[in-house]
Design a protein around this ligand. Structure first.
Ligand SMILES: Cc1cc2nc3c(=O)[nH]c(=O)nc-3n(C[C@H](O)[C@H](O)[C@H](O)COP(=O)(O)OP(=O)(O)OC[C@H]3O[C@@H](n4cnc5c(N)ncnc54)[C@H](O)[C@@H]3O)c2cc1C
Length: 238
């Protein structure tokens, strides 16, 4: 529900308030001019989280936007997000203006199924909006001994961000529309080695890139695909 009348958001918020802890901004870190890590403190131990879980923030009177939880430590009462500040939408401005001490209420976390222990190899693809998902997946990929690679399409100014976040096995591509090109994707070296059914692809970020990449994987491999477009050119929220 990216947009709804103000009265409806007010009612939902009143119903949620007793069940969802209030989150208070505790750290704000600018990882690049347009990528920001935001840490919140709150009593999160009663909430259910999985790898890839996301929340809806009410970013204006009538709009909500989705953001993935990049890290959670319920004991230390810490919850973190990595947000891409892009364009002039209400999500961008809400996240841009958050300062230490600001308090906010969010929806209950929702699961995004993007991980199964049984797959040997993982290839995780996305853009700036997928960096939080990558941070959320990484501990499971490492502790369960998967072979894994991350592929990001990033603006030039954000190309060092995966390294700043400590994301290993990472290949960064220019954000130039290559992932809208079926032929270009099918020539990527990993497509051949991903032909078996022990591989899983996790595709998020630009919905058009996700759609084209998914089509190529389906045509060339037997791999499992977990996918979710996070934003679509010209569409508000998703
Ligand atoms: C399940 C889920 C999890 C998500 N997790 C994250 C996350 O962890 N971090 C994060 O930053 N985003 C995440 N997103 C994406 C985020 O919700 C969208 O980018 C959202 O549209 C931002 O809202 P906005 O108000 O700034 O822009 P909107 O008002 O929604 O959009 C305005 C315009 O900007 C375009 N646009 C929106 N986002 C981008 C972008 N990133 N780059 C280029 N153009 C864009 C839209 O297509 C539209 O044309 C997630 C989305 C989903 C569905």
């Amino acid at each position: 529900m990216p947009s709804a009348p103000k009265w409806l958001f007010d009612v939902v918020e009143r119903l949620l308030l007793p069940k969802i802890p209030l989150m208070e901004v505790s750290i704000v870190e600018q990882l690049s001019p347009s990528v920001k890590r935001i840490q919140f403190k709150g009593a999160f131990e009663t909430l259910q989280f999985q790898v890839g879980s996301y929340l809806d923030f009410r970013v204006s009177g009538t709009e909500a936007r989705r953001y993935t939880i990049s890290y959670i430590d319920p004991q230390k009462e810490i919850l973190e997000f990595i947000v891409h500040l892009h364009g002039e939408g209400p999500g961008r401005w809400f996240m841009d203006r958050l300062k230490i001490g600001n308090k906010t209420v969010v929806s209950a976390p929702r699961a995004h199924k993007c991980y199964e222990k049984s797959f040997k190899k993982y290839l995780v693809f996305g853009d700036e909006t997928s960096l939080a998902l990558a941070c959320s997946l990484l501990p499971a990929l490492v502790s369960n001994n998967h072979e894994f690679s991350f592929y990001f399409e990033l603006a030039q100014a954000n190309q060092d961000v995966p390294e700043l976040l400590g994301i290993p096995n990472c290949t960064v591509f220019a954000k130039n529309g290559s992932f809208h090109n079926e032929k270009w994707i099918s020539n990527l070296p990993f497509m051949e080695s991903s032909a078996s059914n022990d591989t899983a692809f996790v595709l998020t970020g630009n919905a058009k890139s996700v759609q084209v990449f998914k089509k190529v994987i389906k045509a060339n491999t037997k791999a499992k695909i977990f996918s979710q477009g996070y934003w679509l050119e010209g569409k508000k929220g998703l």
